[in-house]
Design a binder for this molecule. Structure first.
Ligand SMILES: [Zn+2]
Length: 400
C-alpha cells in the first residue's frame, strides 16, 4: 500500500475481515428470492439492524406497484418487498449514492440454500457474491469512512427487486440518484478483479394478441388465429437482430384445443439495445411490426413493457470516476482491469440520470445466478478498504 498518505492508512486500519464475513454468512442463510416477501422482510430487518451502526436516517420504503401479464392475457399486480434507504448528511454539499440489492435469483423452493467452503478462501453459497458479500463490505467500508472525520453526504439504497429488473424501485433509484456527484453499486467483480464498463440496455415485453375463435373444421375462415399472428410477430422481431441489438422471442402462451381456432396468444420477448439510438429505432420497429401484423391477420394487439434498463454508455464523467477508483485500487495493491459486459443492473438506471457510476464495487466471485455461485473471502476486507478510500478521495476529486 505504498501509494497511501498517512491519514489514508489510519482510515483503513480498522477494517477487518471477520465481521464482514460474519454478516455475509448470516445474510446468505436467509432466503431472499425476489418473490419471497417474508424472506425479504427478514432480510430487510437484519440489514436495518446492521446499517443502524452508521449515522443518518434509515427507512423502509414501500415498493411501487408493478403489473405483469399472465397466461390469460390479463394484467395482475406482483408483490415485492420493501426497499431500504439510509440518508447520511443530506445537507452536505457533495453527496454520493451507494446501491445494492437484498434479493437473490434463488426462490424459496430452490435446492441451493446453504454455504460451504470449497477451500480456505472460496465460499460457495447462494447470494454470497451477488450480493450479500457486497452489502457487508459496503457497510464495513462506510463504517471505516465514518471514523475519519467524513465530509461527504450519501444515500444508501438497498432494493428488493433488482434481479427481476427493479421495476418497483426504478422511480426511487432515479429520485435518490438526482444531484449526486457519483454512484457506487455493489455488483460482484470477476474473480481476477475485472470490472464492468459499458452495459447494453434491456427491456422485457409481453404482447397480447386477441383474435377470434371458430371451429377448426366447420368454419375456420371465420376465425382469426392469434397463435399464428403471434408467431408472425416473433419472426419479424427476430429479424430485427443486428450488431448492438439482440432480440429474444422467449415464449408464446395462450392457444386453444386442436379443434378450435385460438383467439388468444401472448408473446414474451426480451430486447437488449447497446445505445439509446438503437433502443429508439427498435421501439419504432416494434410498433410498425405490430401494426403490420394486426392488419395482416385482422387481430387486436396490445404491447406491454419498455426498455426498463436504459443502455449504459461511458461518459467523460464516468471515465474520471473509473480513473479515481483504478488509482485507489492500485494504491491498495489491487490492480483492476476493465471489460464491457452484456449483463444489466441498477448501474444502467443510475447512468441514465447522468450520474457517473461504477457498478462492480462488490466482492470478487463468480458463477452467479447458478448453483455454483462463489465468493472469494479475501476480497471482503480488500474491497471494504477500497470503498473507504474511494469515499475519502471523492471528497476532493472534481468529477466533470
Ligand atoms: Zn446482483
Amino acid at each position: 500500500m505504498t501509494g497511501l498518505a498517512g491519514a489514508e492508512r489510519d482510515l483503513l486500519a480498522p477494517v477487518e475481515r471477520a465481521p464482514i464475513l460474519a454478516h455475509t454468512l448470516d445474510w446468505a442463510a436467509i432466503n431472499s428470492g425476489t418473490a419471497n416477501v417474508e424472506g425479504l422482510a427478514a432480510m430487510a430487518a437484519r440489514l436495518a439492524d446492521a446499517f443502524a451502526a452508521l449515522p443518518g436516517d434509515l427507512r423502509l420504503v414501500d415498493p411501487a406497484p408493478v403489473e405483469k401479464v399472465d397466461g390469460q392475457g390479463q394484467t395482475r399486480e406482483i408483490v415485492h418487498g420493501r426497499h431500504l434507504v439510509l440518508s447520511v448528511r443530506p445537507e452536505a454539499e457533495r453527496r454520493v449514492i451507494l446501491t445494492g440489492h437484498m434479493d437473490t435469483v434463488y426462490p424459496r423452493e430452490h435446492p441451493f440454500q446453504t454455504c460451504d467452503w470449497l477451500d480456505e478462501d472460496t465460499l460457495h453459497g447462494p447470494g454470497t457474491a451477488d450480493m450479500k458479500g457486497g452489502l457487508a463490505l459496503m457497510l464495513a467500508g462506510l463504517g471505516a469512512y465514518e471514523r475519519s472525520g467524513p465530509k461527504l453526504g450519501y444515500d444508501v439504497l438497498i432494493n428488493s427487486d433488482e434481479e427481476t429488473g427493479s421495476l418497483s424501485s426504478a422511480a426511487l433509484i432515479a429520485e435518490l440518484a438526482r444531484g449526486k456527484v457519483a454512484a457506487l453499486t455493489y455488483e460482484p467483480a470477476l474473480p481476477g478483479g475485472q470490472m464492468a464498463r459499458a452495459r447494453p440496455g434491456s427491456g422485457n415485453y409481453a404482447v397480447v394478441v386477441h383474435g377470434r375463435s371458430a371451429h377448426a373444421g366447420r368454419n375456420p375462415e371465420d376465425g382469426r388465429n392469434a397463435v399464428v399472428a403471434a408467431s408472425d410477430l416473433a419472426l419479424r422481431l427476430a429479424a430485427m437482430r443486428r450488431p448492438g441489438l439482440s432480440v429474444n422471442p422467449a415464449k408464446i402462451e395462450g392457444g386453444a384445443p386442436n379443434n378450435t381456432v385460438p383467439d388468444l396468444a401472448i408473446l414474451h420477448f426480451n430486447m437488449r439495445p447497446a445505445t439509446p439510438e438503437l433502443a429508439g429505432e427498435a421501439q419504432a420497429y416494434i410498433e410498425t411490426a405490430v401494426a403490420e401484423v394486426s392488419a395482416a391477420h385482422d387481430v387486436h394487439i396490445h404491447i406491454h413493457g419498455h426498455v426498463s434498463r436504459p443502455p449504459k454508455a461511458i461518459s467523460d464523467k464516468t471515465e474520471a470516476l473509473y480513473g479515481l477508483v483504478s488509482k485507489a485500487a492500485t494504491d491498495l495493491g489491487q490492480p483492476m482491469s476493465w471489460k464491457d459486459t452484456g449483463g444489466v443492473c441498477d448501474g444502467n438506471n443510475i447512468a441514465a440520470c447522468g450520474v457517473p457510476v461504477l457498478d462492480t464495487m462488490g466482492a470478487l466471485g463468480g458463477s452467479i445466478h447458478s448453483p455454483d455461485e462463489f465468493l472469494l473471502a479475501g476480497s471482503l476486507d480488500a474491497r471494504a478498504r477500497l470503498t473507504a478510500l474511494v469515499m475519502h478521495r471523492l471528497e476532493h476529486f472534481q468529477i466533470g
